[in-house]
Structures are given as structure tokens and as C-alpha cells.
Design a protein around this ligand. Structure first.
Ligand code: ATP
Ligand code: MG
Length: 559
């Protein structure tokens, strides 16, 4: 992958200033902290590129840390997929940790807080806690359990840990300030009871689980993270983050910095909604090529370099923003235009018989693999009497002057081949065209016909030498830029019913050897990816069309 530095942003400026001031001896340590409760999506890619990119450019380190404090929602499939997706994006972690690795240490820290009179066991029910918490405009009230003695708190907390109480019966809370204007500081819960849960790492060892706000800052401190980058919704949690760090005798003092979340048009990036799409069977799974998940984009054929390029181009700012899908698709087009070899595939085959071409003859015509990159070499495409062209490339009569394809009595050049003329369109009883009778001009291989201009060029394959392939034409998952934005209208109603169309194509024989994960430009059709799950059959997924077909519909691609 590229080692060039990403452009500067406000986070890099903070890091530069911290280094100039000699903080952390100039060391930079970041982490990417996903919760293994779903697959990673393009929003996570932004965070991954940011955290790992900073570590790379400052000769620092970036850890992968699973934020695994909700055992009911998490599992090993998600853990494995996250590791795979981070690596596939082109990054490698300094060290891999689980927040659950720190459960014993976090428990000891909680006991320290209790001993210092800064945490207490509270017996209020969840509903009572809500009532006591107050609102944005009203202060909260102290819990009647707030002034328990240190001894009683230590004893009750030990018994919570021993599994003596039911879920919800008691919690451990930080003792901060019930009148704080910041609700996060009103004696937040730091431990809750989950007796029945089986954790994917720690099994049934712990009947109590620490809360995110308590776990995250201390995990950062334990790992010696210097800059803890998170999304904007945690800005109001920063005082709490700092409070725990200040109260406890921790090995490092990390700094939390918030940045804007990525939102992308024509899709959803909420894990809850993505989970629903999978559960309800609206898509084939987390790696369905229409999903904005890393696994889905991968199966769609998006190259990791295009995703990294996209993350660089959107930049990092201190406000949430919505990015046009067209920007992501353009990054994919640019990368594939550069790197994908060309090939010919006929998606909607119509037979062409060349009456003046000798039956049984096979010519192997040379074809460049890339028009702008000779180093990609060339291949040979078999040319025979019977060919397939795309049905859309023929009309009996041209509908308008822009139609530069084949018409009855007209001529067209076959890409990498000869000029042909259509002499007759053969039809069945229903009037459907079943075959074209054409003639070829033997003097037009690699040279222009004499005395006339042939403007159109179409792609083709040999009928006898081409191979069958299933082609999956994927399109955007939603019909509108902001699914669910219309009031009282369920976001499911915005799903695009035509987000997948499957066709049986004929492709040039060289494609039979395409290994899974190979990417191509099918000339005049778009960019395609040999599916890596269908290994027994030839299946190609459309990554992106050659041009932005949505620009016209959405009014120039502007939202
Ligand atoms: P959840 O709804 O489960 O909290 P989450 O989107 O916050 O989901 P995490 O697994 O907690 O998911 O996220 C891991 C990291 O990725 C966090 O640091 C989070 O801020 C970042 N991240 C998640 N979604 C986005 C997004 N859309 N844009 C930028 N960063 C994101
Ligand atoms: Mg989260």
C-alpha cells in the first residue's frame, strides 16, 4: 500500500502541537476500538484509515481493541470478520486486545474508587434511576444509597461479583455530581449485573460487566494510548473520560479527540439497521455486495486502495456530514480504470452469423489488456463465423442520430476485429429477433474501410468459444439519498426493488481462467469482479458502471 502521508487535518495539528510540547516523549499511540456486535462498514473504514494512518505517519502504533462489554450482542463471527476486514483494508495492528482482557484490572480500579469514596453500590431500579437523574433543565437528586460506608460498598460489590444478586438488582455508580449540567456526570453507572450472559472471551467468569464510559478510557490508559479518537457523539462524555483518568492511578493519560461521523447517501450506516436488513433477509447476508459493509464492498469488487483513497478525500472535520455516494463510486472507477484489465462480455446475447466468413475457421485476434498501459500485455480473442453481440447494440432502424450501433443495412466495427454489415434480422413467430445475418469486410482488420466512415464500435464474443457466466448487476440499495428521512415513512420503503438483476451472459474464453477476486472492465459495460464465494461457477458481480447513471436521475448528482 501507499506510504505517502495523508493530508493534514485538525487532529494531526493537535498531535503536532503535543509533540512540539514534548508530551508523551513525542510518542503517538492510537487504537481502533470496534464493538464486535456487527460487521464493519464504510464509516468504520474512515476511523480505521484515520487511526492506522496516523500511527503510520508518526512512526507510532495502532492497536486493534475489541470493545466487548455487551456479551448478549457480541459473538466470535463478528470478532473474526473485523480482523479480516481491517487486514483486507491494508492495515495491521501493533497489538490485539479485548477490553475483557482488563476485567480483573477494571474490577480492582472500581474497588479503588470505592475506597476513595468515589463509587457506591446503588439499589435503585432502572426506572427509579431515571427519575432521580433529572433532565436537561432540572438537576438530579441524590440516590438514598449514595452515602453507604466504604465497607458496605466493598462488601456489596464483592457480592455482586460473586453472583449473589439478580440482574438489575444493584449497580455500581461513580459518585460525581447529581446537579451537574452534564447528565453524563450525574453519578453514572459503571458496573451492571448480567448473570446469565456467556461472554465470547471470558465465558461465565464474570456476572458483572463494566460500562462503556468506564471501560474505554481505562483501556486506553492501560495500553498507553496517547490520542483516543472517537466520533462526535462522545464529546459530552469527555468530562467523564477525564474524570476516571484523573481519579485513578493509571499508567498513562490519554487525550480524547472527537471527529465527525461519516454518513453516506443512498445507504444506511447504523449497525441496528444493517442488522435488521440481514435478519429480515432483505439482503443475502453481511457480505451481500449491496451492503455498505467492508465485507460487502469487498464482494462488490471495490479495491481496498479505492476505499482508502475515498477516506482520504472526505477528510476529517469537527462536524458530521453526508457524503455523496458518487464520490465513493468515482474513487472505485478511477482505481479500476487504472488497474483492471479489459475483457469482452456480452450480457444479453444475440447471435450473429457472418455469411461470408468460412465455416470452421478460427482467427486469434490480438487484443490489448489495457488501452493506456502496455505493461498489462495482450491476449488473443477467437473470431469465428458465429458470434454474439448485445441485443441493445442492434435496432432495425436507428431511433436517433446518437445511435452509433448496428442497424439493418448499416455497418459497425467489432472491437479488436472487423467491420460487419447487417443484411437481415431473422425473427420467430412472435416477431422477436432470434439472429442477425451479417457479412464482414476482410480488409478492415486494424485498418479503416476505404471510401466510407464507420463510427460505432461494439463488443462481441465467439459463439462457439465463449463461455457462459452469471452476471449480477448490482445497483444502489436505496432509491433515495437519505433513507428514512421522510416523517412517518418507514426506511424499508426506500429500499430499491431493483438493486439486483441477474443475467446469463457469454464471456470471452480468457475469463474462464479468471481467479476469484479478479477485477475487469467489461468493455462498454462497467467494472466486474469474479465472486469469491461462488468458486464452482463463473459468477461476476458488477462493481460499478462506467459512468454515473444516477447523475441524470438525481439532477446532476447534487443533493
Ligand atoms: P454502535 O451503534 O454499535 O455503537 P458504532 O458505529 O459506534 O456502533 P463501534 O464498533 O463502536 O460502532 O465503532 C468503532 C469505531 O468506529 C468507533 O471509534 C466509532 O467512533 C467509529 N465509527 C463508527 N461508525 C462511524 C462512522 N459512521 N464514521 C466514522 N467513524 C465511525
Ligand atoms: Mg460504539
Amino acid at each position: 500500500m501507499s506510504t505517502r502521508e495523508a493530508p493534514s487535518n485538525f487532529i494531526r495539528q493537535i498531535i503536532d502541537a503535543d509533540r512540539a510540547a514534548g508530551l508523551n516523549d513525542g510518542r503517538v499511540a492510537t487504537r481502533f476500538p470496534p464493538e464486535p456486535n456487527g460487521y464493519l462498514h464504510i464509516g468504520h473504514a474512515k476511523s480505521i484509515c484515520l487511526n492506522f494512518g496516523i500511527a503510520r505517519d508518526y512512526q507510532g502504533s495502532c492497536n486493534l481493541r475489541f470493545d466487548d462489554t455487551n456479551p448478549e450482542k457480541e459473538n466470535l463471527e463478528f470478532v473474526e470478520s473485523i480482523k479480516e476486514d481491517v487486514r483486507w483494508l491494508g492495515f495491521d495492528w501493533n497489538a490485539l486486545y479485548y477490553a475483557s482482557d482488563y476485567f480483573p484490572q477494571l474490577y480492582a480500579y472500581a474497588q479503588d474508587l470505592i475506597r476513595d469514596g468515589k463509587a457506591y453500590v446503588c439499589d435503585l431500579s432502572a426506572e427509579q434511576m431515571r427519575e432521580y437523574r433529572g433532565t436537561l433543565t432540572e438537576p438530579g437528586r441524590d440516590s438514598p444509597y449514595r452515602n453507604r460506608s466504604v465497607e458496605e460498598n466493598l462488601d456489596l460489590f464483592a457480592r455482586m461479583r460473586a453472583g449473589e444478586f439478580e440482574d438489575g438488582e444493584r449497580v455500581l455508580r461513580a459518585k460525581i455530581d447529581m446537579a451537574s449540567p452534564n447528565i453524563n456526570m450525574r453519578d453514572p453507572t459503571i458496573y451492571r449485573i448480567r448473570r446469565g450472559a456467556v461472554h465470547h472471551q471470558t465465558g461465565e467468569a464474570w456476572p458483572i460487566y463494566p460500562m462503556y464510559d468506564y471501560t474505554h478510557c481505562l483501556s486506553d490508559a492501560i495500553e498507553g494510548i496517547t490520542h483516543s479518537l472517537c466520533t462526535l457523539e462522545f464529546e459530552d462524555h469527555r468530562p467523564l473520560y477525564n474524570w476516571f483518568i484523573e481519579q485513578l492511578d493509571v499508567p498513562a493519560k490519554p487525550k480524547q479527540i472527537e471527529f465527525g461521523r461519516l454518513n453516506l447517501e443512498f445507504t444506511v450506516l447504523s449497525k441496528r439497521k444493517l442488522t435488521e436488513l440481514v435478519r429480515e433477509g432483505r439482503v443475502e447476508g453481511w457480505d451481500d455486495p449491496r451492503m455498505p459493509t467492508i465485507a460487502g464492498l469487498r464482494r462488490r469488487g471495490y479495491p481496498p486502495a479505492a476505499i482508502r483513497d475515498f477516506c482520504e478525500r472526505i477528510g476529517v472535520t469537527k462536524s458530521d456530514g453526508t457524503v455523496e455516494m458518487a464520490l465513493l463510486e468515482n474513487c472505485v472507477r478511477e482505481e479500476l480504470d487504472r488497474s483492471a484489465p479489459r475483457a469482452m462480455a456480452v450480457l444479453n446475447p444475440l447471435k450473429v452469423v457472418l455469411s461470408n466468413y468460412p465455416e470452421g475457421r478460427v482467427e486469434h485476434l490480438p487484443a490489448a489488456n489495457h488501452p493506456k498501459d502496455e505493461s498489462m500485455g495482450s491476449r488473443q480473442v477467437p473470431f469465428t463465423q458465429e458470434l454474439y453481440i448485445d441485443r441493445d447494440d442492434f435496432m432495425e432502424v436507428a431511433p436517433n442520430k446518437k445511435f452509433k450501433r448496428l442497424v439493418l443495412g448499416g455497418e459497425v466495427r467489432l472491437r479488436n476485429g472487423y467491420v460487419i454489415r447487417c443484411d437481415e434480422a431473422v425473427k420467430d413467430a412472435q416477431g422477436e429477433i432470434t439472429e442477425l445475418r451479417c457479412s464482414y469486410d476482410p480488409d478492415t482488420l486494424g485498418s479503416n474501410p476505404v471510401g466510407r466512415k464507420v463510427k460505432g464500435v461494439i463488443h462481441w464474443v465467439s459463439a462457439s468459444h465463449s463461455v457462459a457466466a452469471e452476471v449480477r448487476l448490482y445497483d444502489r440499495l436505496f432509491l433515495v439519498p437519505d433513507p428514512g428521512a421522510v416523517k412517518d415513512r418507514d426506511w424499508h420503503e426506500d429500499l430499491n426493488p431493483e438493486s439486483l438483476r441477474i443475467v446469463q451472459a457469454r464471456v470471452e474464453p480468457s475469463l474462464a481462467e479468471a481467479p476469484p477476486e479478479a477485477r475487469f472492465q467489461f468493455e462498454r459495460e462497467g467494472y466486474f469482479y469474479r465472486d469469491h464465494k461462488e468458486t464452482d461457477r463463473l459468477v461476476f458481480n458488477r462493481s460499478v458502471t462506467l459512468r454515473d447513471t444516477w447523475a441524470k436521475i438525481a439532477g446532476g448528482g447534487q443533493s
